[in-house]
Design a protein around this ligand. Structure first.
Ligand SMILES: [Zn+2]
Ligand SMILES: [Zn+2]
Length: 155
């Protein structure tokens, strides 16, 4: 079973992210910029632009995005669960017992509207990986770490 969830980008095409270590928000460019080399291999982890601590590429969801993903997934997951429970137990009349499962619609919350992302923060380009631009908080004055390699650079 696969679920696809749309997470909305900001008007410049950046995706909001939250560092699992320092819990600050930044954004990275979603998809590939034109200057990205074709043979560039995506790293297994990204470095936080603020604290420089690396984490797996799928560990950067913001609480709002997670909440949205969970609300979108809840309905389909419940339906799939019910279907497989019915396959396992339903219609088995041997011994005179028939069990069937139904979704209690009241227990599945309505999907939330996808988070809308404003065109905020400032765009920075790491000199070491110029094709992976970032957006960081405008009031951040310390050096920034490259998302790809963790190299520090001044804004
Ligand atoms: Zn961090
Ligand atoms: Zn770099």
């Amino acid at each position: 079973m696969e679920l696809s969830v749309t997470i909305f980008l900001d008007p410049s095409g950046f995706l909001r992210r939250e560092c699992p270590t320092c819990e600050k928000e930044f954004k990275y460019f979603h998809g590939h910029t034109e200057s990205r080399p074709d043979d560039f291999l995506e790293p297994a982890s990204y470095f936080c632009p603020y604290c420089g601590v690396p984490a797996g590429t799928d560990s950067w969801w913001t609480p709002a995005q997670l909440e949205y993903v969970q609300s979108t997934a809840a309905g389909p997951v419940m339906e799939e669960l019910t279907r497989s429970l019915n396959k396992a137990f339903g219609g088995n009349r041997r011994g005179g017992i028939s069990i069937s499962f139904e979704i209690d619609k009241g227990s599945v919350s309505e999907p939330l509207a996808p988070p809308v992302d404003p065109d905020d923060m400032m765009i920075v380009e790491p000199p070491c990986h110029t094709f992976e631009p970032l957006k960081v908080a405008e009031d951040w004055l310390d050096p920034i770490h490259c998302l790809m390699c963790g190299e520090k650079f001044a804004v």
